[in-house]
Design a protein around this ligand. Sequence first.
Ligand code: ATP
Length: 257
Amino acid sequence: MSKVESTVATQVAVPGGGSLLAKGLNAGYGKIAVLHDISLQVAAGESVALLGANGAGKTTFLRTVSGLMRPTSGRIELGGEDVVRCSPTQILRRGMAHVPQGRQIFGGLSVRENLLLGCRLRTDKAAIKEELEYMLEVFPALAQKIRQPAGDLSGGQQQALAIARALMSNPSLLLLDEPSLGLAPRLVDDLCQMLSRIRDDRKMGMLVVEQDTLLALELTERAYVLQRGEIIMTGRSAELASDPAVVYAYLGGGPEG
Ligand code: ATP
């Protein structure tokens, strides 16, 4: 382990923190009900995938648990604490960071400024400096372009920046919405390696929403399958990935597809 890695890793303590529990969650847009009685759990430090076809409700679930939408009913607990009425900022303070679909980086700001926005709630300057060094080590392409406007980055680099920015808050649980969307296969492999490294270095939990089923199953220990707003299946990722019938029937493509 490098010096930067070991310093950052020792700052991260997740005893019981970082666990997410959604119980009987219902949510939607106005009168349109999208999520129906969802129960889903991510233990502290665990990696979990939420899979499903277009429109199944994956983004709606992430938006609801991260405080961007209010559920119509149900419980959301973070580290055992009820957060159903918390704002996105309060949820971020409690250690859950969300990388939204579409990256939402600030193209007119530099790469460095974007990264620093990720730790706007932190005041520990020395730790922020170490965090920045760690991010630039994990994402070397960002180090090379640190002073450039983020809008000049390639799609893969922008995705790396969006993830690194969320990590700058030092979360105990990271929500990722379609991290591979729009990336070439080689970049998806790179991203997968970076995410695995960060997860292992930080002992951080991850909840990954992906349409690239096999990628998500490779990155995670357990998975849930969402269909039309309902959880229709859950199991160990390795078992789901090695069951072609499951992949074909529920996830839109076999191992070849
Ligand atoms: P995708 O991968 O396409 O984003 P998803 O599984 O994340 O799919 P959601 O984006 O959560 O699905 O959408 C679930 C349902 O909610 C869809 O029927 C969608 O049309 C609807 N929906 C999403 N956003 C809104 C909105 N702002 N207002 C009304 N309906 C919405």
